[in-house]
Design a protein around this ligand. Structure first.
Ligand code: GDP
Length: 711
């Protein structure tokens, strides 16, 4: 007989997963009673464990949907919170703690919440039952509770005690039943007493005559009757045994048996006493109620399923999407996009990237070592502090300016040394690290862009996994790649041999580089001019020209040096304007030099590699080109190819088998659209499952009824 309840409870759990709506609810037993009526003690006596929150403050603030599952083949007793994903808690005091925390998570201002806590308990010693524990009725709210609390509790209970639920109305024997909040509430919704079971607690507190009267309550007769219980251990030992919940429940039931057997009044067949009787009654009643609601529930499931099926067809064209297939599909399309990347960011692109970085370095070296104007010492009349403060340019004070270079002798040691030092600055700038981090940064950025362009952009989990996989693979190769590159460019630190072909191509490249530099220089100058105004800029530039230290070349030697400006204001120019003026002068001079050097590079002198000392721009470009070529060879093999080979495997590792089913589901649901699709589909599947189960239960029931009728 009880097979039915078990199956129905299973269906009930499935329906609970479909949604929290009220339309698909199988009946349950709802437990109501005033605070301190002994409600918790009754539930614990049924379960055989102490597990409910205790405390002076009102602790049940949310409905607890308690599903008891009898497990005859296993001795293990444990609880689960399915909605929270907490499974197999064998320590009942831990269950109690979790329940307390869940209840206390309701803010004090609200005091009660409609949101039920689902708790499943498995044990061979419990019957299959579903019980809903509700906050106890109160007379008046305590000073620290909201004034509306009483009403809120009433409303919450009212919602649960509706059809087709069975009401377990708890009242204490030592309180006049006419005042019992539980019976009053039950009477309102079940005036004929057809679906209420009265439980009278604390029978030990009244004498047997009165107890007998209470159990045969005439003023509110119930079809399923009243059951008298004692759910407290005998007082003297209570304190001693409270630590072990098993002991306490054994004591409770012994105490109860002893009490009732001592009093002949309770042997009367017209009354029912004892927790075990109560359990039995609950089982029978629930089974019957469940059986009655089979057909209507089956009908509701049918309707819901039809609706879900229709919606699934219209919105998703019946396309089945599981979290697993979604993840697999997303991984596949990411891999495709990744493959595109491997063809777009290859050896050639890395070469360009690296070369343009080195172009910049070459320009920096040229500026620092050749183009920046060398200065002379200020006139001895000059006021001001330490002269070295004024000369921030790193050039030798008395060295010849670059404009002298074309006129110098071919074996002028000064220019030879300068070029050697410049080439050395380039070969020793830490090419290994520089080029490796450049490529790593580029790959990292590209990967980020790839994520942004695929499904994974909506999935923080996947995004992190990809970022981490990328970083792990690349960082692991950083040092070895950097070392290899550095090793291979070593020969260039000592000697660079130049071929004619290389010289010609570098000559062209460096000309273009200077041209671009000139363009930028002129553009910046034009902006300054626009912002400051042409005549004002001319004035301030003139002032800067006159007051700065002059060049050491002969043409300027006659110009008397002027003292630098003092203080923040000079001749009516503000400090900000002076700064702009100096910038403009710098840009103008730089543009002059660039034009000069462009002409030099174009000149016959620079046509031949033999004249490299006259053409540092060209020679340094040859060096940069050689460094690039060599570095790229290793970067391609050690870093790029390696990454392109390993990344897809790492992706499979991190977004593949290592994920649990829950993780995959959580991943898929991060995308709102996918979440809706999956949820509708899951709803449909659950309804199908519930329907097939309920239909088979109905079949089972019919096949049972038939032989009965034949009898
Ligand atoms: P709840 O607030 O309705 O959940 O009530 P509890 O189960 O916490 O019980 C309230 C008080 O009544 C506690 O102090 C219990 O020890 C006591 N109590 C519960 N059942 C019995 C009983 O059968 N007999 C006696 N004498 N006291 C009981």
């Amino acid at each position: 007989m009880m097979v039915l309840t078990k199956k129905m409870i299973e269906i009930r759990s499935i329906l609970q997963r479909v949604d929290q709506s009220d339309t698909l609810q199988l009946p349950s037993i709802v437990v109501i009673g005033s605070q301190s009526s002994g409600k918790s003690s009754v539930l614990e006596a049924i379960v055989g464990h102490e597990f409910l929150p205790k405390g002076s403050n009102m602790v049940t603030r949310r409905p607890i949907e308690l599903t008891l599952i009898n497990t005859p083949d296993s001795a293990a007793e444990y609880g689960e919170f399915p909605a929270l994903g907490i499974g197999k808690v064998t320590d009942f005091s831990q269950i109690q703690k979790t329940l307390t925390d869940l209840n206390l998570s309701v803010p004090d201002s609200e005091a009660v919440s409609d949101e039920p806590i689902q708790l499943h308990i498995y044990s061979p010693h419990i019957p299959d039952l579903t019980l809903i524990d509700l906050p106890g009725y109160i007379q008046v709210a305590a000073s620290d509770q909201p004034g509306s609390l009483k009403q809120r509790i009433n409303e919450l209970c009212e919602k649960y005690i509706q059809q087709p639920n069975v009401i377990l109305a708890i009242s204490a024997a030592d309180v006049d039943l006419a005042n019992s909040s539980a019976l009053k509430a039950s009477r309102r919704v079940d005036p004929r007493g057809e679906r209420t079971i009265g439980v009278i607690t604390k029978m030990d507190l009244v004498d047997p005559d009165r107890g007998y009267d209470v159990l045969t309550n005439k003023s509110y007769p119930l079809k399923m009757g009243y059951v008298g219980v004692i759910t407290r251990a005998p007082t003297p030992v209570g304190g001693l045994f409270r630590r072990s919940s098993n002991n306490i429940t054994t004591l409770v039931s012994q105490n109860e048996q002893n009490f009732f057997s001592q009093h002949p009044e309770y042997k009367d067949a017209a009354i029912t006493v004892g927790t075990s009787q109560l359990r039995r009654k609950l089982m029978t009643v629930l089974e019957k109620t469940m059986a009655n609601s089979l057909e209507p529930t089956c009908e509701s499931i049918h309707q819901e399923l039809e609706e879900a099926t229709y919606q699934f067809k219209v919105e998703y064209n019946d396309r089945v999407l599981t979290p697993q297939t979604y993840l697999a599909g997303s991984v596949d399309s990411f891999k495709l996009a990744f493959k595109d990347l491997t063809s777009q960011l290859g050896r050639d692109q890395v070469r360009k990237l690296l070369k343009s970085e080195l172009d910049q370095k070459v320009l920096d070296i040229l500026a620092q070592r050749y183009w920046n104007k060398p200065l002379v010492a200020p006139s001895p009349n000059a006021k001001g502090g330490n002269p070295s403060d004024l000369y921030t340019v790193g050039a030798d004070l008395f060295e010849p300016p670059i404009s002298e270079l074309p006129n110098s002798a071919p074996d002028d040691v000064f220019w030879h040394r300068k070029l050697d030092a410049s080439a050395s600055a380039l070969t020793k700038l830490g090419m290994g690290r520089l080029s490796t981090s450049l490529v790593i940064n580029e790959l990292t950025n590209e990967m980020d862009e790839l994520v942004a362009a695929t499904n994974f952009r909506n999935h923080p989990y996947a995004r992190n996994a990809i970022q981490e996989a990328t970083a792990d693979i690349l960082n692991m190769r950083f040092y070895s790649t950097a070392d290899q590159v550095e090793n291979c460019i070593k020969p260039y630190k000592y000697e660079v041999e130049v071929e004619d072909r290389e010289w010609t191509s570098s000559r062209e490249h460096s000309y273009n580089l200077l041209k671009e530099e000139l363009r930028q220089c002129e553009a910046t100058f034009a902006t300054l001019k626009r912002n400051i105004g042409s005549s004002k800029l001319t004035q301030v530039m003139k002032f800067v020209d006159q007051t700065r230290p002059t060049r050491t070349n002969k043409s300027n030697a006659s110009t008397p040096p002027h003292p630098p400006p003092e203080g923040t204001e000079a001749f009516g120019f503000s400090q900000a304007l002076l700064t702009k003026g100096r910038e403009a002068v710098f840009l103008r001079d730089r543009a002059d030099i660039l034009k000069l050097r462009m002409a030099a590079v174009k000149s016959r002198q620079c046509k031949s590699k033999e004249n490299k000392y006259y053409c540092p721009e060209v020679f340094l470009d040859v060096v940069a080109e050689k460094l690039t070529q060599t570095a790229v060879l290793f970067l391609n093999v050690e870093l790029l190819s390696d990454f392109y080979y390993n990344f897809p495997r790492e992706l499979d590792n991190r977004l593949g088998k290592s994920l649990t089913e829950e993780q995959v589901e959580a991943f898929a649901k991060q995308d709102v659209k996918i979440r809706r699709h999956i949820e509708l589909q899951q709803r449909k599947e659950l309804l199908e499952l519930a329907l097939s189960k309920i239909e088979s239960v109905i079949e089972l029931q019919k096949s049972r009824v038939k032989p009965d009728m034949r009898r």
